[in-house]
Design a protein around this ligand. Structure first.
Ligand SMILES: Cc1cc2nc3c(=O)[nH]c(=O)nc-3n(C[C@H](O)[C@H](O)[C@H](O)COP(=O)(O)OP(=O)(O)OC[C@H]3O[C@@H](n4cnc5c(N)ncnc54)[C@H](O)[C@@H]3O)c2cc1C
Length: 451
């Protein structure tokens, strides 16, 4: 199979490393690639939307799974799909929405693969209702280090190690996923502003249960009494009778339309995001949001994936790239969340993409990220002076509060904090050692964190 040595990074474009990129087109080719991946091992890669170093493998092999992208069967009555792991959620939406079905969980981009969704056990705006992606996986086929293809079902150790296992138990070849029924491809959305962090948390705690989807954009440059001010958007799939009669929307309620602006330029020497531009953006964004608006109809891409409308938007941070820092702390540890938000605001991190969400129940995956409580995610330019040391202190605060950092976003966490963050880490390591004693499945992330 042809393999080019290329430079591979995550979506944040930090820490590029060179690897042999192999693109299997059949399951047999995938098995051959695993068998022949050599001493530095191999790792599966989907659409490369993990921000950090999870889907790269310095000096080894990277298996680009997007060549295996068939939708094999849709059960339009029962609401399940069987597909290859290289299929994107975008493709699933194209196929499933006209049939009245939606993916059970979508992250903030639909350009992720089913394999990546299981590998990171991704969560969406509906975590408080629906849990993470793997909760909706009925079974999967996993190519393991010994060359076997195993059918793996929920409730087994191998499944719980694979859900959120960052590709380190093997290569997912196919999955059967339970779907969400919808009457339309529209969302009915309520928007409101919260004046500060406590106001925001109170609104989320009091009324999130009324909404299937909920998320808050938070202004991390606001200080003083406005620290943590936010715009809260929540909603649900619009029922058919919410679409006005006689409109195009009502005539084709399940059509899936996307649109795209021009791509961000490939070279922006200093990036576009300074404290001044981000401060202005945040001010505008907050002020132009309605104080309170209900029942606005939005298309699925506008509600879930606004960033997908600007191809390669990650270039706006310039060649230095950016770090996405996402952590979670449990209920009862709001003090830690408040302290961290205050510290980020005081540090004046130019972050225009910062979201706060309230998680529901924890998921069964041993390395799944969500804990019942709160999660904050923010983008920060990697070139910000002193960033590494600053984030190290936040890691300590998070770990001290019994919280954790999300591995799908990470490129810099120190290994010694990992066990405190993920209590099932030893089980994960033991299963890996038994299943893959030669550590065939290896990534830059797994080396860095001794996974
Ligand atoms: C704009 C944006 C918004 C995002 N929003 C969210 C969000 O709201 N919630 C959330 O949870 N995440 C979010 N993410 C992160 C993203 O959902 C995850 O990183 C996801 O894993 C990316 O999928 P991918 O196909 O690009 O996988 P990659 O980034 O290529 O790989 C991610 C991991 O999955 C493993 N993997 C990929 N394919 C396979 C396979 N076939 N078999 C085994 N392992 C595999 C890889 O080894 C790697 O460890 C966001 C990312 C972006 C860029």
């Amino acid at each position: 199979m042809p393999a080019d040595t290329v430079s591979v990074t995550g979506w944040g474009r930090t820490a590029p490393t060179a690897a042999r990129l192999i693109r299997p087109r059949t399951y047999e080719e995938a098995a051959l690639a695993v068998r022949d991946c050599g001493a530095r091992g191999g790792i599966a890669r989907g659409l490369g939307r993990a921000y950090g170093d999870a889907a790269q493998n310095a000096g080894g092999a990277v298996l680009d799974m997007t060549g295996l992208d068939r939708v094999h069967a849709v059960d339009a009555d029962g609401g399940t799909v069987l597909c290859d792991a290289g299929v994107s959620l975008h493709r699933l939406m194209e196929v499933l929405l006209p049939l009245g079905w939606f993916v059970p969980v979508t992250p903030g981009t639909r350009y992720v693969t089913v394999g990546g969704a299981i590998g990171a056990d991704i969560h969406g705006k509906n975590h408080h209702v629906s849990g993470s992606f793997s909760r909706h996986v009925l079974s999967l086929e996993l190519l393991t280090a010994d060359g076997e293809v195993r059918t793996v079902v929920p409730g087994t150790p191998l499944f719980e190690a694979t859900a959120g296992g960052m590709g380190l138990t093997g290569v997912i070849l196919t999955a059967t996923v339970r779907l969400q029924p919808v009457e339309t491809s529209w969302m009915s959305v309520d928007t409101e502003r919260a004046g500060d962090l406590d106001d925001l948390m109170a609104r989320l705690a009091d009324t999130d249960h009324r909404y299937r989807y909920s998320v808050a954009w938070i202004d991390l440059l606001a200080r003083g009494r406005s620290t943590g001010r936010a715009v809260l958007t929540r909603g649900d799939h619009a029922p058919l009778d919410a679409l006005p009669r006689g409109t195009r929307a009502r005539g084709a309620p399940l059509s899936f339309r996307t649109s795209s602006l021009p791509a961000a330029p490939s070279f922006l020497p200093g990036g576009l995001l300074s404290r001044t531009t981000v401060g202005l953006f945040n001010e505008l964004w907050y002020r132009r949001a309605p104080r309170a608006r209900t029942g606005q109809l939005q298309r699925i891409p506008a509600f879930f994936h606004p960033l997908d409308g600007v191809p390669h938007w990650n270039r706006v941070y310039g060649p230095g790239g950016f770090v996405q820092y996402q952590f979670a702390v449990g209920h009862g540890r709001e003090d830690a969340l408040r302290r961290i938000v205050r510290r980020i605001s005081e540090r004046r991190c130019p972050s225009f993409l910062a979201v706060l969400k309230r998680f529901g129940e924890a998921d069964p995956g041993w390395l799944s990220f969500p804990v019942p409580g709160w999660t904050l995610a923010l983008d920060i330019p990697a070139a910000l002076p002193g960033l590494g040391g600053f984030l190290d202190t936040l890691d300590e605060e998070v770990a001290g509060a019994g919280g954790r950092v999300y591995l799908a976003k990470d490129s810099r966490l120190r290994p010694e904090l990992l066990a405190a963050m993920y209590p099932r880490l030893d089980d994960f390591r033991a299963l890996r050692t038994a299943l893959d004693p030669r550590a065939v499945f290896t990534s830059d992330l797994s080396r860095r964190l001794h996974l």
